[in-house]
Design a protein around this ligand. Structure first.
Ligand code: NAI
Length: 327
C-alpha cells in the first residue's frame, strides 16, 4: 500500500476546517488509495478546541487516516509535509483599516513561509486560503526562500466554482456540461469572472445566457457571493470554502487536464499584461503536479480593463506590506 502523505492545515480549529479535515481524512483530496497523516496547526488559545477536533477525527475511524499531530509549533507542524493548506488568518477587526489587516496577517504568514522553507518536504504544494489570500500567498512565498514560487497558490477555486454553478443553473444544465470558465485577479470583489470562452455542452455560454444577465447578474453575483452567504447564513462560507480548498489541492496533485480551472499564482512570465510580482488568478491546466497558464487567449479591451482594476488592487495591497516582503 502507498506511503502516507503528511498534510498540514492551519486554522485547524476553525469553521472551514470543521468540514475540510474530515473530507481530507476520508480520501476526497488525495484519492481513496492514499493514506494521510494530518498535521493540525492552530494558535495556543485554540489547542483545547483542536484536541476536540482531533478526537472527532479519530472517532470516524477513517481507514486512510494514519496519524494526527496537533500543534502550535510551526516546526512540528510543517516538518516533511507534502501539502499545506494555510486556512488560519486574522479576521478584520471592527473599523480596522485594510492596511493594518494586511500587516497583521503578514505577522502570521512570514513565520509560516520561513518554516515551510526550512522544514517542509522539498516537493510541497502550499495553498493559501486565509484572507486577504493573494497577498498572504505573496508574503508566504517570498519568505519561503528555498522553495519555488510555483509551489504556492492563493485560492480562487471557490469563486471559480461559484461561477460554474451560476451558469449551470441559468442554462438548466449540469456542472459537467460547463467548461472554460475563468476567474482573473484578486480573491476580492474586484475579481473578474469571465465567460468569454465558457461553453455549455460545447455551445458558447454567452449566447445562451445573454449579455444582460452576464453583466448585470452573473458578474456582481460571483464577486459578492461571500457577502450573500453571510447575509443568509449569518456566518461566512465554510463548507463551500473547505470544498474549494480540497478541490484545488485535488486538481494540483491528481491533475486537471480535461478543463481549465482558476489558480491564484505567481504572475512572473504571464502573457496577459498583468504586472509581475503578484499572486493573481489565471486559468490553468494541471499535469504531473505542475500548473500551466492557458496562454494565447485574445482579451478584449473591456476585459483587459477589468483585469487591470483587480491587478491595481493587488499592487495597492502589496504596497501596504512592501517593507515586509523578501524579494
Ligand atoms: P475561523 O475564524 O472559524 O477559524 C480561523 C482559525 O484560524 C481559528 O481557529 C484561529 O485560531 C486560527 N488561527 C488564527 N491565527 C492563526 C495562526 N497564526 N496559525 C494558525 N492558526 C491560526 O475562520 P474560517 O471561517 O475557518 O476562515 C478562515 C479564513 O479563510 C479566513 O481568513 C477567511 O476570510 C478565509 N476564507 C477564504 C476564502 C477564499 O475563497 N479564499 C473563502 C472563505 C473564507
Amino acid at each position: 500500500s502507498k506511503k502516507p502523505i503528511r498534510v498540514a492545515v492551519t486554522g485547524a480549529a476553525g469553521q472551514i476546517c470543521y468540514s475540510l479535515l474530515f473530507r481530507i481524512a476520508h480520501g476526497d483530496m488525495l484519492g481513496y488509495d492514499q493514506p494521510v497523516i494530518l498535521h493540525l496547526i492552530d494558535i495556543p488559545a485554540a489547542q483545547k478546541a483542536l484536541k476536540g477536533v482531533a478526537m472527532e477525527l479519530g472517532d470516524c475511524a477513517f481507514p486512510l487516516l494514519q496519524g494526527i499531530v496537533c500543534t502550535d509549533d510551526l516546526k512540528v507542524g510543517f516538518t516533511d509535509v507534502e501539502a499545506a493548506l494555510l486556512v488560519g488568518a486574522k479576521p478584520r477587526g471592527k473599523g480596522q483599516e485594510r492596511g493594518d489587516l494586511l500587516k497583521d496577517n503578514a505577522k502570521i504568514f512570514i513565520p509560516q513561509g520561513k518554516a515551510l522553507s526550512d522544514y517542509a518536504h522539498r516537493d510541497v504544494r502550499v495553498l493559501v486560503v486565509g484572507n486577504p489570500a493573494n497577498t498572504n500567498a505573496l508574503i508566504t512565498a517570498t519568505h519561503a526562500v528555498s522553495l519555488p514560487k510555483k509551489n504556492f497558490a492563493a485560492m480562487t477555486r471557490l469563486d471559480h466554482d461559484r461561477a460554474v454553478w451560476q451558469v449551470a443553473e441559468k442554462t438548466g444544465s449540469v456542472v459537467a456540461d460547463i467548461a472554460k470558465v475563468v476567474v482573473w485577479g484578486n480573491h476580492s470583489p474586484t475579481m473578474s469572472p469571465d465567460l468569454a470562452w465558457a461553453t455549455v455542452k460545447g455551445k458558447r455560454a454567452l449566447d445562451l445566457v445573454g449579455e444582460e444577465w452576464y453583466t448585470k447578474t452573473f458578474i456582481p453575483r460571483v464577486q459578492k457571493r461571500g457577502a450573500e452567504i453571510i447575509e443568509n447564513r449569518g456566518l461566512s462560507s465554510a463548507a463551500s470554502a473547505g470544498n474549494a480548498a480540497l478541490e484545488h489541492m485535488r486538481s494540483w496533485f491528481l491533475g486537471h487536464k480535461h478543463d481549465w480551472v482558476s489558480f491564484g499564482i505567481w504572475s512572473n512570465g504571464n502573457t496577459y499584461n498583468v504586472p509581475e510580482g503578484l499572486f493573481y488568478s489565471f486559468p490553468v491546466t494541471v499535469e504531473n503536479k505542475e500548473w500551466s497558464v492557458v496562454n494565447g487567449l485574445t482579451i478584449t479591451a473591456e476585459q483587459q480593463r477589468k483585469m487591470t482594476v483587480t491587478a491595481n488592487e493587488l499592487l495597492e495591497e502589496r504596497k501596504a506590506i512592501e517593507d515586509l516582503l523578501k524579494i
